[in-house]
Design a protein around this ligand. Structure first.
Ligand code: SF4
Length: 209
């Protein structure tokens, strides 16, 4: 499997302090995708569900984990690896929110097993209207496990989209629902302020094909 990054605490993609997991690999190439650097499988991101779980256990040993948000890339582009990882993560928290470019109807029940909340559908830049948790308004928030309904309804009625920036070894990672054109603005800001020195923006440009 290919996983590009794990961040904690992510507080802008679901309720509470969550572990964010970014899968690598997506065949869709949506215009305006905020993570084009994650479209391709990259050898340096090759790993196993057990390795990812071991890393997350280290976070869990010292921190409260309220849930997981798994995005990418498209996690459901690697369904077997995702299923294996989810079965491990559920031992820590069963609040597992997954983003995918597929529509729910295209996915088997087997592929969705263990997912509490699914946000489905491709990203359509022209329909980016600042919807909570969703990149564009064609996407749906589907609560697949009834027991999470109250929690998510409360969250959805009170939260608003926010951005969280993490400084990592790869530079600044900007997390959240971004408005169209944010990447250009972020790169401008980084150039102007030298914030995030070391961010490889050329990689993003090369892969916008
Ligand atoms: S499905 Fe998501 S990760 Fe894939 S290209 Fe579209 S926006 Fe990007």
């Amino acid at each position: 499997m290919y996983v590009a990054r794990i961040l904690y605490p992510v507080e802008v993609l679901g309720p509470g302090k969550r572990v964010g997991i970014w899968f690598c690999g997506c065949p869709r190439r949506c215009k305006g995708c905020s993570n084009p650097e994650l479209w391709h499988f990259q050898p340096r991101y090759r790993t196993t569900p057990q390795e990812i779980y071991a890393l997350i256990l280290r976070i869990a040993n010292e921190n409260e984990i309220d849930g997981f948000t798994i995005t990418g890339g498209d996690p459901l582009y690697q369904p077997e690896a995702l299923a294996e990882l989810i079965s491990l993560l559920r031992g820590i928290s069963e609040d597992i929110l997954v983003y995918t470019g597929y529509r729910r109807e295209e996915l088997s029940d087997e592929a969705l097993r263990g997912i509490a909340v699914l946000i489905d559908g491709e990203y359509i830049e022209e329909r980016n209207t600042d919807c909570l948790l969703r990149g564009s308004d064609n996407q749906r928030i589907l609560i697949l496990e009834e027991k999470w309904k109250d929690r998510y309804e409360r969250y959805l009625s009170s939260a608003r989209n926010q951005i969280q920036n993490f400084m990592t070894g790869d530079g600044v990672i900007s997390v959240g629902i971004h408005r169209p054109g944010f990447l250009g603005d972020l790169n401008e800001y980084i150039k102007r302020t030298n914030y995030g020195k070391g961010l490889d923006t050329s990689e993003r440009k090369e892969k916008k094909d």
